[in-house]
Write a protein that binds this ligand. Structure first.
Ligand SMILES: [Fe+2]
Length: 169
C-alpha cells in the first residue's frame, strides 16, 4: 500500500511530466519560428515522450486504486535566444526532472515501497539517456560555432527523429 505522502508526490510528478510536454511543445514552436524545422521536430517528439512518461505514471497510480488529480498546466516560456539556448534550457529542465525522480526514489526507499522503486528505476535510466542526448547535441552545436552548413546538417538529422513508444516500459 502506497502511503499518502508517496502517492501525492507521484501525483505531482504526473503533472510535472505533462508540464514538461508543454515546455517542449513551446520549444518546438520557437525552433520552427527561427526556421529550424528539424529541431522543431526533435522537440515535438520529446513532448510525445513526456506525455508517455506522464501516462506511465498515471496508469501505475490508477492500478493502486488511487485517483490521479490533474492540475492546471503552467504556461511555458516561448521566448529564447537562439537554438543553442533552447537545448541548454532543455538540459536544465531534464536535470530538474532527474532530481525530482531521485527525490521520489528516496521516499519510496524510505517507505520500502519496492514496487514503486522498481517502477521508478525505469525513469532513472530514461533520465540518463535524455541528459546524455542533450549534452551531446549542445557540444555539437557549440563546436559548429554558427557555421550555417553544419547547422543545416544537424537540423536535417533532428528532422529524422520519430516517436516510438518504449518497448521496455
Ligand atoms: Fe519525462
Amino acid at each position: 500500500m502506497i502511503s499518502e505522502k508517496l502517492f501525492n508526490e507521484l501525483n505531482e510528478q504526473v503533472n510535472f511530466e505533462f508540464y514538461s510536454a508543454h515546455i517542449y511543445l513551446a520549444m518546438a514552436s520557437y525552433c520552427s519560428s527561427i526556421d529550424y524545422d528539424g529541431a522543431a521536430n526533435f522537440f515535438t517528439v520529446q513532448a510525445e515522450e513526456e506525455r508517455f512518461h506522464g501516462m506511465k505514471l498515471y496508469n501505475y497510480m490508477n492500478e493502486t486504486d488511487g485517483i490521479v488529480t490533474l492540475k492546471a498546466i503552467p504556461e511555458p516560456n516561448n521566448k529564447y535566444d537562439g537554438l543553442i539556448q533552447v537545448f541548454k534550457k532543455a538540459l536544465e529542465h531534464e536535470k530538474l526532472v532527474t532530481s525530482r525522480i531521485y527525490n521520489l526514489m528516496d521516499i519510496a526507499t524510505e517507505e520500502k515501497e519496492h514496487a514503486t522503486i522498481s517502477m521508478l528505476k525505469w525513469y532513472l535510466d530514461e533520465q540518463v539517456e535524455e541528459e546524455a542526448t542533450l549534452k551531446k547535441l549542445i557540444k555539437r552545436l557549440e563546436r559548429l560555432d554558427g557555421d550555417g552548413h553544419g547547422l543545416f546538417m544537424v537540423d536535417e538529422e533532428l528532422a529524422a527523429r520519430v516517436y516510438t513508444p518504449p518497448t521496455n516500459a
